[in-house]
Design a protein around this ligand. Sequence first.
Ligand code: FE2
Length: 286
Amino acid sequence: MMKLTDKQLARYEEDGFLLVENFTTPDECDALRERAAELVAEYDPSDYISIFSTHEQTRTSDDYFLNSGDKIRFFFEEEAFDAENRLRHSKERSINKIGHALHDLDPVFNHFSRSPKLAALISNLGYKQPLLIQSMYIFKQPGIGGEVTCHQDASFLYTEPMSVTGLWFALEDATRENGCLWAFPGGHKHGLKSRFLRAEGGGTRFEVYDSTAWPLDELVPLEVKKGTLILLNGLLPHMSLVNRSPRSRHAYTLHVIESDCHYPADNWLQRAPGMPLRGFKISDGW
Ligand code: FE2
């Protein structure tokens, strides 16, 4: 069973992120890619179209997004549409991401997300009773894969005290060309800059605690091979740039929180009472 060394843990503590190479086998990566392709094939975009953008996130937070915390929903790339609002490419080449409860509702993602090696790694990080709060399958489509502006995951998955950790699984090689992650080493030590909340009266808003600009020249590219897991402290500033290359950059992400931390009712991601959060035990789901 894989265990992080003291040196790796110290590095993670210092930098706020850690690359774990070959955490995921090529077969596991391919199984997730195949399952995501099947989900997209089954998805009918004629019902409703929702666009994911971090540029105007409060404006694009429609009910489809706000109610996706306990569902499997599909979000389009901002640049997927032409001037007449028609898709430029097939839906397979247009979807930005699938979110946010794949890990609970889909058997393939449930199985991957609750593997013994992942459970061991999370307890290795010091979690007592970890809960899986969110999952996303991110496509970063060739040519149009949208930028994700600099942010801290704790802004979106806030707990008191802060307990969120991001797990970012590279399902393909991620390079500067196809929009790899960038992170601010040590940036998790500077506090939370904002929270993304459900606004009273509907929609969302940001509550800002520190309006200074992100030190973007401090960010370093995290170029990784397929199979690498990137651990991200919830307070670590990170981002990814637009993908103008002809290659996609698929990744699967999971977020974990500690069960005894307070999870506010105005966090954007909420779940129906019948779908409580679950830890790492594989069950049949709902
Ligand atoms: Fe993030």
